[in-house]
Design a protein. Structure first.
Length: 303
């Protein structure tokens, strides 16, 4: 049975509950708290009316204002798409030789290219674009280029690929196998000479003679390479397949040559241009000598 009484020290009525001599006072709530509580009720009723609130079978109530998180997301995505479309229109109109003239547009192209690289290129070149010696994927961070490292050359390589079947414009180079052409002593001498070109070993007469007779036609007398042929430099200590003696012997006897797919038809020209800008920005990109020398020089504006 509830036994209510007035607490003498406080003058407040008890709620009538007692436990082990402890009683609870029926102290009224503060007015500010009550009004706050009433306001939350009013706010909740208004929210239910104005916004989606009650779940239905396949949707929720739409609310008087017609707002939804999906609609807000779609609106924000539309704004972002319009901004990207504006950038893409500008990129489509600027010849790639002149892209570096607009630093803001170049920065946006690099950002777009970074996103495209993560989707299309990291599978071979790696997330950091460091490539792989074992698999023969080139490092895109260094300044070693088979066909050139300016923006337009990189764009061309991306467009037509490397040894891409069915693409008449693809980059193509082939090193003949020399298996059976040298005995073991000659092969050792040739490898030593190749390593000497980048200062890894001392020069030797026998290796230099073999190199001049068999290799200099493509790689150059000093191992400087030939970009018109896609013949790599041998005097810069940058190696696609590794720099060990065994790796060099294998490449001389049975050359391994990779294939990079062409991206025309798979990616639109603007995305390819952005990819070229990103690869160029990784650290080894080269300038256009003729454009840098004369800002008024005309460039090929064909995409």
């Amino acid at each position: 049975m509830v036994n209510k009484r007035v607490d003498q020290p406080t003058g407040t009525e008890t709620v009538g509950h007692e436990w082990d001599g402890i009683e609870e006072l029926n102290t009224p709530l503060p007015r500010w708290w009550l009004w706050t509580f009433y306001l939350t009720i009013v706010f909740a009723i208004g929210y239910v009316i104005a916004f989606p609130a009650w779940p239905m079978i396949d949707r929720a109530t739409t609310g008087y204002l017609g707002w939804s998180s999906r609609g807000q997301l779609a609106e924000e995505m539309s704004v972002a798409d319009q901004a990207r479309a504006s950038v893409r229109e500008q990129l489509a109109q600027v010849p790639i030789e002149r892209l570096s003239d607009n630093s803001e547009l170049l920065q946006k192209a690099v950002a777009g290219g970074a996103a495209a690289f993560k989707v299309n290129c990291v599978q071979c070149h790696g997330s950091g674009a460091a490539g792989s010696h074992e698999l023969g994927y080139p490092n895109l961070n260094d300044d070693d280029w088979l066909w050139g490292g300016d923006l337009k050359t990189i764009e061309y390589t991306l467009t037509h690929g490397i040894r891409q079947p069915g693409d008449e414009g693809t980059r193509t180079s082939a090193m003949p196998p020399f298996a059976g052409a040298f005995n073991s002593q000659q092969l050792d001498a040739l490898v030593s000479h190749v390593l000497s070109l980048s200062g890894k070993e001392k020069p030797n007469t026998a290796g230099a003679s073999l190199f001049a007779d068999n290799c200099a036609a493509c790689h150059g007398a000093g191992g400087e390479g030939n970009r018109s042929l896609g013949a790599p430099r041998l005097n810069d200590a940058i190696w696609l397949r590794g720099s060990s003696r065994e790796a060099l012997k294998q490449q001389i006897l049975q050359p391994r040559m990779g294939v990079m797919p062409h991206w025309q038809g798979r990616l639109d020209p603007v995305t390819i241009k952005m990819l070229a800008a990103y690869v160029h920005s990784l650290g080894g990109g080269e300038d256009f000598a003729e454009v840098a020398a004369d800002p008024e020089v005309k460039v090929d504006e064909q995409p």
